[in-house]
Design a protein around this ligand. Sequence first.
Ligand code: FAD
Ligand code: EPU
Length: 339
Amino acid sequence: MMSIIKRNYSLKKHNTFNIDVKAKYFTIIQNEKQIFNLLQEDFLLKEKILILGSGSNILFTKNYNGIVVFNQIKGIKIIEEDEKCSTIKVGAGEKWHDFVLWSIKRNLSGIENLALIPGLVGASPIQNIGAYGMEVKNTIQKIHFINIKSKKKIIINDFDCKFKYRDSIFKNQLRDKVIITNVIFKLYKKPINNIKYGEISNELQRIKKDPSPKSIAQAVINIRNKKIPNPKKIGNSGSFFKNPIVSQNKFMKLKNKFPDIVYYKNSTKKIKLAAGWLIEHAGLKGIRKGDAGVHKNQALVLVNHNNANGKEILSLARYIQKIIKTKYDINLETEVNII
Ligand code: FAD
Ligand code: EPU
């Protein structure tokens, strides 16, 4: 069946910043056939296309002068199984957290630390979602997508996705060029029990639970509920900026000047800095310009106190970037997709 195309459609309910912009056209797709049909429409040849999940990593700064395609392809299915792993095909329109709950119920391990991240499964590879010591790239095996221009279905392997910290091929070469329809995950039957993030072990002790996919997910949910503002209560998109990655040399200079600077060492020689710390120690935590603000408890999260528009949030973000550049000589990159 052909999908219904609405005109002049409000996106307020479709983005977690609650920005009230309109899409020239809006449609929902529930299967690949509907995508192929849609791509045959003549009028679409002239239009820009934006694929939308839950809008939890998007800042709309103006009306969208094209067609917004809301991905609602459903289904979670085990397609292969051996004694160690289950391979699972998940529709891009499934809610990420529902898939995490599904996996925990079956005692499968690999994504429990990513509990409660908003958004849909189809967006999870785009910025390689990560939290509390895990990244989704470690469980993705293949991705099915349709190339908008060639109208061809393509299956890509994980190693071709160029996954990095909050980055993938889908944020670069394939940006706005493809519609992800299904993601194939490999989850483990033996629990990984990744509790290297100190807060998780503290929380497990507090709730008196041994590590398991279920208890770790619960610990993560508890931590997140304390730390990250709920978009249902106050508009936000999670971390607005990426944590910057700097050279050893640059880090040493900063550490001399700011001995308390918060940082993470990873496998490379580079050092990741906590952008929240940089913003807080530049005196910007909790500031407000009209209804656009920096959250009072988590300086990396920008919030819409009520009626801010996208341009106002963006202007606050640019102001923060300018101050951080002046104070630390660091260019903060946005994590959120600015549209
Ligand atoms: P959207 O915001 O709708 O889209 C994001 C981008 O992906 C857009 O460019 C869009 O065009 C593209 N896209 C979406 N679906 C498809 C598709 N099927 N095919 C092609 N392109 C597509 N992220 C983390 O990594 N870790 C966290 O801990 C985390 N915590 C968060 C907490 C809060 C409170 C919020 C609001 C956000 C948080 N995020 C976090 C960011 C966000 O949840 C993730 O980036 C999520 O994957 C976005 O999913 P979405 O469906 O909302 O995508
Ligand atoms: N910090 C401050 N002040 C603040 C906020 C943080 O000093 O206002 C310092 C604290 O020392 C804290 C450290 O920064 O220990 C790190 O903070 P937190 O643990 O809250 O994590 P984060 O670096 O701010 C990252 C991700 C989150 C993810 C958490 C947990 C990025 C850009 N953000 O945040 O992801 O949930 O770690 O793993 O990598 C998202 O991407 O949207 C997101 C929420």
